[in-house]
Structures are given as C-alpha cells and as structure tokens.
Design a protein around this ligand. Structure first.
Ligand code: PMP
Length: 418
C-alpha cells in the first residue's frame, strides 16, 4: 500500500474500501498479491457482467494481439470494428426491431452521456436538459451537471445552468405521481422551466441507491416526452447489457428511447462506450464529437465474442431471473430478521440492494464483508444502501457462498447496532 499512499493522489477511492493489492481475477473471484481469494459482488459496478477475463474474450484477444492486428485506430475503419458492428446489429438491434445508428465516443460512460446531451441540444436547438433526483451520469463537467449527489457536484464549482432536476419515480413518496409534477412544469408557462431538449434518465438508479422506475412511470415519461417534443435519453451504462435480464433495461417497458448510452459491460471489461441514436437524431457533422480512443480494438474483439456467446438466445436472461430470486430471498430474509432496522430491499434482475436508514450501517456491513473476503460496495447519497452486483454468469456455488458471507456480515453489524 505504501507506494500508492506515497505517490498516488488523494483522489483514490475504492483502494480505501478494499485495502489489498489485487492481482488475478477469474469469473467472480479475485486474488490479491498474496494469493488470498475474494468473491466479487461488485462486478466493476456493472462492467463485469460476464465476469473477469471471460474465456472466449481472453482467447480472442490473445490471438488478435499475437497476429499483430491493429490495436489503435482512432475512428478509422478496422476489421475489428466492422465485425463488432455486424454482430451488434445481428444479435442486439435487429431481433428487437431497433434501427439505431451507432456512435463510438471516447471509451468512458461520461463521454457517452456528454455526447448524448450535446447532440440532443443540437437536434432541438434548446439548451435545457431535465435530469432526475439521485441520477448519476458521470464526472466530466456536463455529466456532473445532471448528476444529483451533492458530494460529487459541490466541490466542482461547475455550471449547473441549463439543467432542471425533476423528482424520480417515488422520490416524493408513494402517493405523489412525479410524472404529473413534471407535466405541470412543462405545461404551465409560469413554472420557470425552459422546455428541455432532452430528458436523461436511468431506469434503475445504480449509484443513486438502486431506485427502480416502474414500467408505468417509464411509459408515461416516454409519452410525455413525445407530447412535448423532448428527446428521451436512457442512460443504460450501469444497468444495461443484461443486468436487469433483457439486454436493454427499458425493453420490458416497451419504450424506444431516442438515444441510449452504453458503456461498462459493452466492452466485456475493456473500455468502450457506445451511443445509440435514432437516425433522425444523427445530425452530427463529421468529426464533431471526436476523441483519440474511440476505436478500442480490444473491446471490439472481446465484445464480438461475448455478444455471440450470450445473446444468441434467452438463456442469460433466464439466468438473471433465476439468480435474482435467490438473491432477493436472502435480502428479504435479512430485512425480515431485523424489523427494527426498517430495511428496504430494492432492485430488478441482478441490480439489487438493501437500504438501511441507520447512519453508517451499510458502510460497516461492506467493511465487515470485506474482512470476510467478499467485495461489495454501498450506494445512495448517504451511502445508505448495500449494493450487490454479481457477474450475471456467476456459478451458483459462488453465489451462495457470497450470500452467506454477506448475511454473516449484515447480522454481525445488526447485532452490534441494535
Ligand atoms: N452513467 C451511469 C448510469 C453510471 O453508472 C456511470 C458510472 N458509474 C456513468 C454514467 C459514468 O461512467 P464512467 O465512470 O465510465 O465515466
């Protein structure tokens, strides 16, 4: 640890929660430099939906490098990119009847949300973007402006202009219909809200506390956007790529966003971001949103393998549903075991969390879990939710082993607290 403390900036984050030096990683297991084994219930915050170093991706990547095929291509045409596009169209877009155009932005999620907002403003010739309470869209200045959590926003002193926040589903309690609130702001000329170019929203807020938007809410949001000529951007960076079951998290709602942001797991663990846009929204001039690392060949190679392996049929979707039941049973059990803690279990598919409204509780559970060699994190504006993200293809044995460790950690902290 000394080398990091001495030379790495104070900005370092996860290294503080997980103070070991990681080395190897396979599937849902991590190993530190001393060979200690950890179970991964973090999955790179949604980057490792297919696990660490999935075999097919590793083999294809080694071969690609050994054959000295092109690694860096900016956004030139490469065989790796062509093959990825063909596979993505065949296995993801066509079966769903989507005709999105594809833009490879710089390889981080935040670059993708920036591009989406920039494009939406251009398409509509309006500045305002509506974001939702507890939303999270990245840490560059434009993305921060639509991110709710004050801990990230305050110290950046960036402009929050041209952004309006609206309450997410459930933010004002069960009895208040937040789509109705949004509608009132749009239709009343005295509301002070400029008609937005776009709305940016997550269907399940991953960083914001595992807040799930209901199907009905999403459908009414999509309809409201149509009615008021506003573009709908779904940020599927964390909960897309099968994490809720279907490839896209909005499929169940039957809505078709104007733009979709993908990153994290799309590159099979390699940096990659992909903005999907309806053809009529593709008003970019050539090279208008550029970047040096838009054509990450290694991500294309890995993604090509993984999409063919996992998205040719519905098996992974069924796996997610089956494992979700197992995990919910464990989380519901903990909630019921400690009624005095007033826990809430939330999520959909394998985006799951348990909220405990006791200051510091969830952080203690995550720290205790780590002592037991289970890697998991917290989320929510007050770190009030233990978030459990497993690789979608995690073996049942590891899933049960990890859940047992989480239960133990939770129980110990609950007993100490009550
Ligand atoms: N949007 C969402 C929904 C995210 O969860 C994240 C990352 N946690 C981002 C955007 C930003 O992605 P990145 O960290 O790769 O910039």
């Amino acid at each position: 640890m000394e080398v990091f403390e001495k030379h790495e900036s104070q900005v370092r984050g996860y290294i503080r929660s997980f103070p070991v030096v990681f080395d190897k990683a396979i599937g849902a297991e991590l190993f530190d430099e001393d060979g200690n084994r950890f179970i991964d219930f973090f999955a790179g915050a949604g980057t490792l939906n297919y696990g660490h170093n999935p075999e097919a991706a590793v083999e294809a990547s080694i071969k690609y490098l050994q054959d000295r095929r092109i690694a860096h291509g900016l956004d030139k045409a490469t065989v790796a990119k062509k093959t990825f596009i063909e596979v993505f169209v065949k296995y993801i877009l066509e079966p769903r009847g989507y005709d999105y155009k594809m833009q490879f932005t710089g390889p981080t999620g935040t670059n993708c949300t920036e591009a989406a907002m920039k494009l939406a403003r251009q398409v509509k010739g309006r500045a305002n973007i509506v974001a939702f309470t507890n939303g999270y869209h990245g840490h560059t200045m434009g993305a921060l402006a639509v991110t709710g959590n004050e801990a990230y926003r305050d110290a950046s002193y960036g402009s929050r202009g041209a952004v309006s926040f609206m309450p997410f589903d459930g933010f004002l309690g069960d009895d208040i219909d937040t789509i109705h609130v949004f509608r009132r702001f749009l239709e009343d000329h005295g509301s002070g809200m400029e008609t937005p170019a776009a709305v940016i929203v997550e269907t399940v807020q991953g960083e914001g506390g595992i807040n799930v938007a209901s199907t009905d809410w999403l459908q009414r949001l999509a309809a409201l956007c149509k009615e008021f000529d506003i573009l709908l951007i779904i940020d599927d960076i964390q909960v897309g790529n099968g994490r809720t079951g279907k490839f896209f998290s909005f499929e169940e709602a039957g809505i078709e966003p104007d733009m979709v942001c993908l990153s994290k797991s799309i590159g099979g663990g390699n940096p990659m971001a992909l903005l999907l846009m309806k053809p009529e929204a593709d008003v970019w001039s050539p090279g208008e949103h550029t970047g040096t690392f838009r054509g990450n060949s290694m991500a294309f190679v890995a993604a090509t393998e993984l999409i063919q392996q996992y998205w040719a049929d519905d098996k992974l979707t069924a796996e997610v549903a089956r494992k979700s039941v197992i995990m919910l049973e464990a989380l519901d059990g903990l909630r019921d075991e400690f009624p005095a803690l007033n826990c809430k279990v939330r999520g959909r598919g394998l985006v799951l969390g348990i909220e405990t409204p006791v200051a510091g509780f969830s952080d203690k559970v995550a720290a205790r879990a780590f002592e037991k060699r289970l890697v998991c994190e917290t989320c929510g504006a007050d770190s009030q939710v233990n978030k459990l993200f497993v690789a979608l293809n995690i073996e049942d044995e590891l899933l049960h082993e990890g859940l047992a460790l989480f239960r133990e950690a939770f129980r110990e902290v609950a007993q100490e607290t009550l």
